[in-house]
Structure formats: structure tokens, C-alpha cells
Design a protein around this ligand. Sequence first.
Ligand code: APR
Length: 228
Amino acid sequence: MKQKLVVLTGAGISAESGLKTFRDSDGLWEGYDINDVATPEAWERNPALVQEFYNMRRKQVLEAEPNAAHYALAKLEEKYDVTIVTQNIDDLHERAGSTNVVHLHGIITRSQSSKNPRLTYPIKGWELRMGELCRLGSQLRPHVVWFGEMVPMIEPAAKICSQAEVFILVGSSLAVYPASGLINYVPGNVPRYIVDPKIPAVYGVPDLIKIEEKATIGLPVLVDELMK
Ligand code: APR
């Protein structure tokens, strides 16, 4: 039986692949106010703009490559039963070889029915166009969780965290609820590591092992340690 190792990742792990984090960019996301592009209200007001914004993000993701941190996490599967819970909408963990990835906030390479969020499809290429419909006849939107929407994967993710035997947090400011609460589900006797060049404030979790480094530097070293 392999030990259960759970990793919670955020935008910081993909920063060195060229995908900008949200909170390191003055509260703007690639120059956009999130209220204009990442809320259900934005979609109601101007679906074409939202679609265009995510088409650009998808293009960027498809052109990006996994980095040493993504690959280090994939390597852990040789010794551990690894689950990655990611807040990221990119597919870089999968492309680095991780086989068990839970996407809390959806994934940009899939589309979603605007009538039924459970109806999702793969997107061919980088562009999702207005006029492309789901089988119920409603417009397809990006399969991402917007601000103000429910996070359907939060309950399975909380259960996964509650069963962790080793826990690693990488590259998240823990500023966004409910993902920020997941670390509190990890049992108290479990080794808990944080890898981030700017360690976020974590409340109510003692004995955190803090590795104040960029993901591509800190994670390969930590993974080497854990593989011994
Ligand atoms: N390596 C590791 N961590 C890094 C690096 C790096 N090279 N560069 C930056 N970071 C850290 C920052 O110090 C910060 O703690 O990554 C974190 C990025 O924080 P956020 O931008 O807030 O990203 P995240 O926590 O994933 O945001 C959560 O908010 O934008 C929404 O829905 C979106 O999933 C996202 C959610």
C-alpha cells in the first residue's frame, strides 16, 4: 500500500511556465478586471468579450509547457498514491504526467453548457466560438468556475485532504474561498509542507514546514527528499 500524498496547487506553480498569477499582477488578470471577464454577470452582459478573453487564455495555456515543478510532482507517483487538487485551469499537471488531478475551478481545455454545468466537452484547438451549442441547444462557455459560482468539486477535495498522509501546498495565496479552507481538513499528525517564494498566512495550522522558494527550485529538492 502506497502512502497517500495530497498536493494543493495554485497559480504560482505555473508562473514559471509563463502563465501569470492573479494576485502578483495588481489585482488585474492579464490587464482585465475580473468583474468584466470572470463572473456570471460578465457573461450575461457581454458573452463575446468573456469568450474572447478565455480564448486568449487557452491559446496561452496551449503554448505553455510544464516546468520542473510539474514534473517533480508527477515523479512522486513512483512511490506515493498522489492526488493533485489544483485551483489552476491549465492542463500542465496532466501534460507533465500526473494521472490523478482534481480541477477545483474547472479546466480551460473543455467547454460547458450554459444550461447544465455538468455537460462538458473537449475543445478542439484554442477557440470556442459564439454559436457553438451544447446538445440542449444552449451556448457553450468555458468550463471554469467563475467568481460567485458554486465549486462542485469542493466536497470530494475536502475528503481527499482529510485522508492525506503527506500534504504539500504550492503556489497559492490561499486568498480564495472555499479552496483556502482545504488545508484545515488535513489531519494534524501529517507532515505539511508549503513551497512559495512568499509564504501565505495560514491560520490554525501549526507545524507547517515552510520552503520559501520558487516552485521550480523548492519542489524538486523536496521531492528528492520524499523519494528517499
Ligand atoms: N513558485 C511558487 N509560487 C509562486 C511563484 C513561483 N515561481 N510565483 C508566485 N508564487 C506564489 C505567490 O507568492 C502567491 O502566494 O503563488 C501565489 C499566487 O497566488 P494567486 O495569484 O492568488 O493564485 P491562487 O492562490 O491560485 O488563486 C486562487 O483565484 O484568481 C483566482 O480562480 C482563480 O484559481 C484562482 C484562485
